[in-house]
Design a protein around this ligand. Structure first.
Ligand code: BMP
Length: 276
């Protein structure tokens, strides 16, 4: 079963080269922690990468929120990624037609395809969104994560309240998951994994499940809609391979200590999972 298979064994079964590298890196670094670096200045971004870098497998950015963005920031980010051995994920959530996403990926001031090992993409536009992204990076080792379920309250991707009266909602949810997984299977060279909240969506051991909404201290962020779960819940019950932690680390009094604590707790639950 996927959930009890160690990352290193799954690396042999991954088709996307970034997924192979990621699973190997997770095993060697003993980290299944992704930090969500939702900060708005270049200096904050670099100092967060420097301080949390030793403890993460993936450093996830929203590069369009950085107010003083410059190409130098990317050079600095790449240097820190190399120094601390983590991958860069730009959480762009591409969601347009293939032609447009290929331009959003490889053009503009952020030139995402030139530096981000991984990007996120919504499956809503259909397969063309993947072919569009792929067409922009014919000679680069790049990968994407398809967003299938979201962590936010009231999102339209949940099956958690299945009753007879919501049967049609459940059926449409099932269709979205199935169709999204079909896209994954059609593009194994480019799809590294999925972003979701439930176990059993990922059946292929070569795909990685990334799950946001993790906190040791909070259950939600009030009216903004984020919903949090514990490391135990996210790894054991929800099937996460990588847990995404944002404010739990970025807004901690001591982000280094918080990153160490999240890494240790998340890794311990993973070890429990594979030995069960
Ligand atoms: P935080 O832990 O501070 O709530 O941050 C969560 C991060 O994960 C954010 O960067 C957000 O964009 C991302 N995310 C999420 O919260 N839920 C999803 O379903 C998908 C996401 O990418």
């Amino acid at each position: 079963h996927v959930l009890t298979l160690p990352f290193i064994a799954r690396a042999d079964q991954a088709a996307n080269p970034v997924a192979v590298k990621l699973l190997q890196l997770m095993a060697s670094k003993q980290s299944n922690l992704c930090v969500a670096a939702d900060v708005t200045s270049a200096s904050q971004l670099i100092s967060l990468a420097e301080s949390t870098g030793p403890y993460v497998c993936v450093f996830k950015t929203h590069i369009d929120i950085v107010e003083d963005f410059s190409p130098q920031l990317i050079q600095d980010l790449l240097a820190v990624a190399q120094k601390h051995n983590f991958l860069l994920m730009e959480d762009r959530k591409f969601s347009d037609i293939g032609h447009t996403v290929s331009l959003q990926y490889s053009k503009g001031i952020h030139n995402i395809s030139s530096w981000a090992d991984l990007v996120t993409v919504h499956s809503v536009p259909g397969e063309g969104v993947i072919t569009g992204l792929k067409s922009a990076v014919p000679n680069l080792q790049r990968g994407c994560f398809i967003v299938i379920e979201m962590s936010s309250a009231g999102n339209l991707t949940t099956s958690s309240y299945i009753t007879l009266s919501t049967l049609s909602k459940w059926l449409s949810y099932e269709c979205v998951v199935t169709a999204s997984m079909e896209i994954c299977e059609k593009h194994p060279d480019f799809v590294a994994g999925v972003v979701c909240q439930s176990p059993n969506i990922v059946q292929n051991p070569g795909l990685v499940q990334l799950t946001p909404g993790v906190s040791l201290d909070c259950l939600n962020d009030g009216p903004l809609g984020q919903q949090y779960h514990s490391p135990e819940d996210i790894i054991m019950s929800r099937g996460a391979d990588i847990a995404v932690v944002g404010r739990g680390i970025t807004q901690a009094t001591d982000p280094i200590q918080a990153a160490q604590e999240y890494r240790a707790k998340l890794w311990a639950v993973y070890e429990k999972r594979v030995s069960s």
